[in-house]
Design a protein around this ligand. Structure first.
Ligand SMILES: Nc1ncnc2c1ncn2[C@@H]1O[C@H](COP(=O)(O)OP(=O)(O)OP(=O)(O)O)[C@@H](O)[C@H]1O
Ligand SMILES: [Mg+2]
Length: 512
């Protein structure tokens, strides 16, 4: 067994009256990856924040190389050779990629910023993970996946001997995950000790040596990473999950609720036409950059579009008017919940109520108590883990924040739900809960359009699948298609634009 570089012993942490970490042991070994597994709110991020110097434990010990240490702040953590990639990105949107990567440890010579050195360092880090972006681009202009890669590059450029990765793959697609894992394998070979958090069980089997399972803040077990998935789920949620994708019998298909015709925005997507009926879940698959998010944003009124039309329930929606979209019954779950969906310092109740506070107002006066009660019902239905409705949403675990975004549209009774990566960062148990909510929405006559990079999810939950490639609809596939069939269409317009146009016209009519 490899030597233990970092060790936690009987660590505890409470926030006010809530015990979040209850005596957890953790061993992180040289040249190995220790995975942390647990439901949303189990305490994974809180545990690693005690290693990163964000929180100090209330009791218990932290040992580095066998010596007890205190890690009162992030500087102390870095000084011990620990680099941390947090779950919520810590980039400054207005600063460039290069500046973000070397933030806080700008190379200096005689007290001056050495820009050339700074750039070289940043470039080397980007090269390592295969990210091709201009170093001068403000980070805020990049999509979530690229921002995540910048965050990873930042940690890698610190040459740490202990690397902590809190859900680094949540926003990445298969190819990017592969590239990241190649880098991590290289770091293992150099003896770097790592902690890795992910809700994707297959990733743990690929990259980790051992898996430490937490449940409700308590240490449950450390098991080898080849432990079978059913057993991992059982350890994690305390019961087995029968059916990961509970959509075997979709409801009857009703009238068209969403109709998109010839929708075009130069540089994003061209001539997109499709319909989603009442009772249907339509998947939207494709590679990063295929235009899925852009289409969803256009329908949601978050962006304008150049030409074409969008109708919801027969009513035409102009671009760029979120209020009109909401009034027409559209609910939007964006891919970046922190930046686009939540007001982090507001309460859970307020975040749940943003779409409904005014529509439910009587004589122009917001119905706050009714709102609070309804928010409470939805929070319970979605099993949002929190200390109470008045807790700031910032302090909810990532997965529970996502459930709250979902809850907003359940509360608003939205008829057309637009989901962009709806279960990113959501644990296996909570995923099933979200799928059940999707089923309830369609059973009640709603329509769902779901963009997701999680192919098993798209295949398991969609009644049919639209595949996008290079800004165009490359085709439509029925429910029981394979990952290979989706990928073949997804790369159609990427390999060759001209042959893709041919594929496009020859493919099935997505308006079936
Ligand atoms: N600063 C804080 N104040 C109050 N409660 C907090 C704070 N930070 C975390 N919590 C609570 O601690 C619990 C554990 O949260 P944590 O973020 O560690 O979960 P997690 O296992 O990382 O979940 P996820 O998979 O959703 O990211 C949650 O119930 C959360 O609400
Ligand atoms: Mg977390």
């Amino acid at each position: 067994m490899s030597e233990t570089v970092l060790k936690l012993e009987g660590v505890t942490k409470s926030f006010g009256p809530v015990d979040v970490i209850k005596g957890v042991d953790l061993n992180v070994r040289r040249g190995q990856v220790q995975a942390l597994l647990g439901e949303n709110g189990a305490g994974k991020s809180t545990l690693i924040k005690m290693i990163a110097g964000v929180h100090e434990p209330d009791s218990g010990r932290i040992l580095v190389d066998g010596k007890e240490v205190r890690i009162p702040d992030t500087k102390a953590s870095e000084a011990l050779g620990i680099a941390t990639i947090h779950q919520e990105l810590n980039l400054v949107p207005t600063m460039s990629v290069a500046e973000n990567i070397v933030l806080g440890r700008t190379p200096q010579r005689y007290g001056l910023v050495n820009r050339k050195h700074l750039k070289a360092q940043a470039q080397a880090a980007l090269h390592l993970i295969g990210l091709d972006v201009d170093l001068d681009t403000p980070v805020g202009e990049l999509g979530v996946a690229k921002q995540q890669l910048v965050e990873i590059a930042k940690a890698l450029s610190m040459n740490a001997r202990i690397l902590i990765l809190d859900e680094p793959t949540a926003a990445l697609t298969g190819k990017e995950v592969d590239a990241l894992f190649t880098v991590l394998e290289g770091l293992k070979a150099k003896g770097v000790a790592m902690v890795f958090i992910s809700h994707h069980l297959d990733e743990l089997a690929r990259i980790a040596e051992t898996i430490c399972v937490l449940r409700d803040g308590a240490f449950i077990a450390e098991v080898p990473s080849d432990t079978d998935e059913d057993e991992l789920v059982r350890l994690m949620v305390g019961r087995s999950i029968e059916n990961q994708y509970p959509r075997d019998t979709p409801p009857e298909r009703g009238d068209v609720l969403l109709e998109v015709a010839g929708l075009t925005t130069q540089g994003s997507f061209q001539d997109i036409s499709f319909e989603v009926h009442s009772g249907e879940v339509v998947g939207l698959a494709g590679l990063v950059g295929a235009g899925r998010t852009e289409i969803i944003r256009a329908i949601a009124g978050a962006d304008t579009y150049d030409s074409g039309s969008i109708r919801v329930n027969g009513q035409e929606l102009r671009g760029g008017d979120i209020g009109a979209a909401i009034r027409a019954g559209v609910g939007h779950i964006p891919e970046d919940r922190k930046a686009q969906a939540l007001v982090l310092d507001a309460s859970v109740a307020d975040n749940l109520g943003f779409a409904t506070l005014y529509p439910t107002a009587r004589a122009g006066i917001a119905d706050r108590s009714g709102q609070h009660r309804r928010a409470g019902e939805v929070a319970e239905k979605l099993r949002i883990r929190m200390s109470g409705l008045d807790q700031a949403i910032r302090n909810l675990s990532g997965g529970n924040q996502q459930k709250a975004v979902f809850g907003r549209w359940v509360l608003a009774n939205s008829k057309v739900l637009l989901l962009d990566e709806p279960t990113r960062g959501v644990d296996v148990g909570a995923k099933v809960e979200i799928y059940n909510i999707i089923n309830e929405v369609t059973a009640a006559g709603g329509a769902v359009l779901m963009a997701s990079s999680d192919l098993p999810e798209v295949l398991g939950m969609s009644d049919r699948i639209l595949v996008m490639s290079g800004g165009q609809l490359a085709g439509q596939l029925p429910k029981d298609s394979t990952q290979d069939e989706v990928m073949t269409l997804a790369v159609a317009n990427v390999t060759s634009a001209t042959s893709a146009a041919a594929t496009n016209s020859a493919s099935h009519d997505p308006k079936d």
